[in-house]
Design a protein around this ligand. Structure first.
Ligand code: ATP
Length: 567
């Protein structure tokens, strides 16, 4: 293999890593070409000449300049664009890259369209050492709490917020990493090709980087390396076996690309065995579980955890929730029932901060949901499950629960980079904690299965395990028994009882009214968005307004007696 092929494999893989850096968080950006151009040109203009200070020192200074400029450019572009998603972010970032290219072509200091000449310093060894460092960064990032938070954002952003992850900060930091890696690519390119031109960083280059990251696998840390090697070496292999005609080589390369994408949607990296977090074989010997990092104690019994006064939510002409007053004290298990469309989910969405109220006051564990960001409400001790499963489908059951523990686990990424022993200890503590939550929800033997492949009932249980991992003060369960048989629902009822005995406050929405009657201390009934009754299970069973709301007649059977499941 020639020297240039070796260097270009490494350079292309580094470019692919700059795309991987944001793809792992579910962001599609094409701005990397702009970051690379800014990094490369600024470094070439500002760094001392290799003839003055020596090759390596000059390159080192250039690399630092290029990476800092790339990262700063990512901050400048990221701050106004981080709220954009999918194709909108791609278009905005592409616009940025094109604007940078046009500016550089028309600037004098860059040599305009003719470009700048730069001394060739990069050798295959230098290029591969840089690639190894970049790959190492992403290898250590993946299983850290930061890496898992990025994966969670990619899989389901809303659920990630509800797990206490600051999505905006994580997305921006991923973007900045992409900027720094792209800046590194720009510098290495400049110090290898000798003549640096703005055209080197055009739209086609951005697409090349993206394609290499996707073909290699955008969720496996080795993916960009595989993608870079594949895309760079296929034309060379074709050349070496005598495929020379100008159009045949690109044609075969593109056809191979198509084959990989069709048959390996997870990219070449999906062929590698998956290494994920493992639950300890014996939890009793698994050492200490997690100690709450926040030092947050459960509110004292009887203390107000939720206070809603005059809560309203309108969707156009629909009054989903009207003038609801609700107080929940610490240690209570409160059931929220009502016919379909009564406003139960809307109310708990407002309590957990996911949906802002149209009017009214919401106070939950010292936060003001609606005004307080969702992740801060979660950090205050609110954890929840969702009516429609919001698991992270491509993460294993254990990894889902590890994300749930985000708010109580210590950040490990930087310490993992340096192999500090504390990081390993913290990681194994949080894994033991997550495995215990899985065990408690009856999923001890499912830890390595992908969440998306679990049965419906197991997915409900996994959501509960994930919510428990946050060591919440208030646990909101939105139809946790949906899809469960009687035996499973009874086990769930016992689990809720044992959690309540530990002092947890629980708000339970459930259509299985029998289960609500057995499990809850107090029941609140909603109908057409209004509270029509509230009281102990006995009071609710005999309340004529409740019977009327459910069954629409005076002689109807009260909920929880003959009609076990009212939908
Ligand atoms: N995002 C939304 N946009 C428009 N209308 C909505 C939205 N969310 C809820 N609604 C409406 O608000 C009302 C209350 O819905 P909500 O889902 O809160 O009821 P629910 O009691 O949880 O019902 P179910 O038991 O069927 O889940 C319904 O009429 C619903 O159509």
């Amino acid at each position: 293999m020639s020297e240039s092929v070796l260097v270009f494999i490494a350079l292309n893989a580094i470019l692919a890593y700059s795309f991987y850096a944001v793809l792992v968080a579910g962001q599609l950006s094409l701005g990397q070409a702009g970051f690379a151009a800014l990094g490369g040109f600024t470094a070439a203009a500002l760094a001392p000449a290799p003839s003055e200070v020596g090759d390596l020192p000059a390159l080192l200074v250039a690399v630092v300049i290029g990476m800092v400029v790339g990262a700063l450019a990512a901050v400048v572009l990221g701050l106004p664009t981080m709220h954009l998603r999918g194709v909108f972010l791609a278009i905005a970032t592409l616009g940025f890259a094109e604007a940078v290219r046009i500016l550089l072509i028309n600037a004098e200091w860059t040599g305009g369209a003719n470009g700048m000449s730069v001394t060739k310093v990069v050798t295959p060894v230098i290029a591969w050492v840089c690639l190894a460092l970049v790959a190492y960064w992403f290898w250590r990032q993946g299983p850290s709490s930061y890496g898992r938070a990025l994966a969670a954002i990619r899989e389901d952003e809303l659920a990630a917020r509800a797990m206490g992850i600051d999505v905006g900060r994580h997305r921006l930091s991923a973007f900045v990493t992409a900027g720094a890696v792209a800046g590194l690519y720009g510098v290495l390119w400049a110090y290898y090709v000798r003549l640096l031109a703005p055209e080197d960083f055009d739209f086609a280059r951005a697409i090349d980087g993206l394609v290499m990251a996707v073909v290699g696998g955008s969720t496996v840390w080795l993916g960009p390396l595989l993608g870079g090697a594949f895309m760079t070496s296929v034309p060379e292999v074709l050349r070496s076996i005598g495929v020379e005609a100008g159009w045949i080589r690109p044609f075969i390369s593109s056809a191979l690309l198509l084959v990989v994408i069709i048959f390996l949607p997870g990219g070449l990296g999906s062929l590698l065995p998956r290494v994920g977090a493992r639950a300890p074989a014996d939890l009793a010997e698994g050492g200490e579980g997690l100690a709450p990092r926040s030092g947050r104690a459960l509110p004292s019994p009887g203390e107000t955890v939720v206070r809603v006064s005059g809560g309203n939510k309108d969707y156009g002409g629909v009054h989903a929730v009207r003038d609801v007053d609700l107080t929940i004290a610490s240690g209570e298990v409160v059931g929220l029932i009502g016919p379909n469309g009564a406003g139960k989910t809307t109310l708990v969405n407002m309590i957990s901060g996911l949906v802002p109220p149209s009017s009214g006051t919401f106070e939950v564990l010292g936060t003001t949901p609606g005004r307080t960001a969702v992740h801060k409400v979660a950090q205050a001790g609110v954890s929840r499950t969702f009516q429609h499963s919001k698991l992270f489908p491509r993460l294993s059951a254990l990894e889902n629960v590890l994300v749930g523990a985000h708010v109580v686990s210590r950040p490990t990424f930087l310490r993992r980079l340096l192999w500090l022993p504390g990081a390993r200890r913290d990681e194994s503590q949080v894994v033991v904690h997550a495995a215990r939550c899985l065990e408690r929800a009856g999923l001890g033997d499912r830890s390595r299965e992908d969440a998306g492949s679990l049965s419906y009932g197991d997915q409900r249980r996994l959501e509960i395990a994930r919510a428990l991992a946050a060591e919440p003060s208030l646990l909101i369960l939105d139809e946790p028994a949906a899809g469960m048989n009687h035996v499973e629902a009874d086990a769930l009822s016992r689990l809720i009882g044992s959690l309540a005995a530990e002092g947890l406050t629980i708000l339970l929405i459930e259509h299985n009214v029998g289960m609500v009657m057995r499990t809850c201390d107090r029941i609140v009934v909603l109908n057409f968005g209004e509270v029509i009754a509230a009281g102990t299970p006995e009071e609710i069973v005999n309340d004529p307004a409740v019977v009327e709301a459910y069954l629409g007649g005076d002689d109807a059977t009260p909920p929880g007696t003959e009609t076990e499941e009212v939908r």
